[in-house]
Write a protein that binds this ligand. Structure first.
Ligand SMILES: Nc1ncnc2c1ncn2[C@@H]1O[C@H](COP(=O)(O)OP(=O)(O)O)[C@@H](O)[C@H]1O
Ligand SMILES: [Mg+2]
Length: 138
């Protein structure tokens, strides 16, 4: 599944719902679905607020399903992250003036099974997240 939308905050809820609808074919629990929604919401909000910094741009999402696993890639062509290790630290935010909590990456890491961040200054950021559903079944 591929999705493209403008970097407007109104689209964050849209993106979250589309990914949740796509994920629902794996028959997730309500909690698993809530985890995916929260992680997507954090990644998309980051692309809009940090990546494009209020400017207009395109946010891309790609999702794929394999067995009981969903892979979600959220990509922007915004300003990029200079120091990924620092950005991943709990409570680190480059926008304390917006009362950001600095917990976005920590939330993605906690709610998903895998989190990879690829980024290049001035060319954009790509977040890849994986979650396995029904871990207690088999
Ligand atoms: N898509 C992105 N483009 C550029 N910078 C980003 C992006 N996502 C995250 N960052 C950087 O990583 C920092 C940490 O992100 P996060 O943990 O979500 O905290 P917060 O969004 O509250 O600042 C951000 O403050 C920002 O500097
Ligand atoms: Mg954030």
């Amino acid at each position: 599944m591929k999705l493209e939308f403008m970097s407007k905050s109104q689209n964050e809820a849209f993106a979250r719902i589309v990914v949740a609808s796509f994920a629902s074919q794996l028959d997730p629990t309500i909690e698993e679905l809530a985890d995916v929604k929260t992680a997507v919401s954090e990644a998309v909000t980051n692309a809009i607020i940090h990546g494009y910094d209020g400017r207009e741009g395109i946010v891309r999402i790609e999702c794929s399903i394999n067995d009981h696993t969903i892979e979600i890639v959220v990509e922007d062509e915004g300003k990029g992250i200079e120091d990924i290790e620092m950005a991943r630290q709990p409570l680190y935010t480059s926008k304390p003036e917006l009362e950001r909590s600095g917990m976005g990456f920590t939330v993605m890491e906690t709610f998903m099974d895998e989190l990879e961040i690829e980024s290049q200054k001035d060319s954009g950021t790509k977040i890849r997240m994986v979650k396995r559903f029904g871990r207690y079944e088999d």
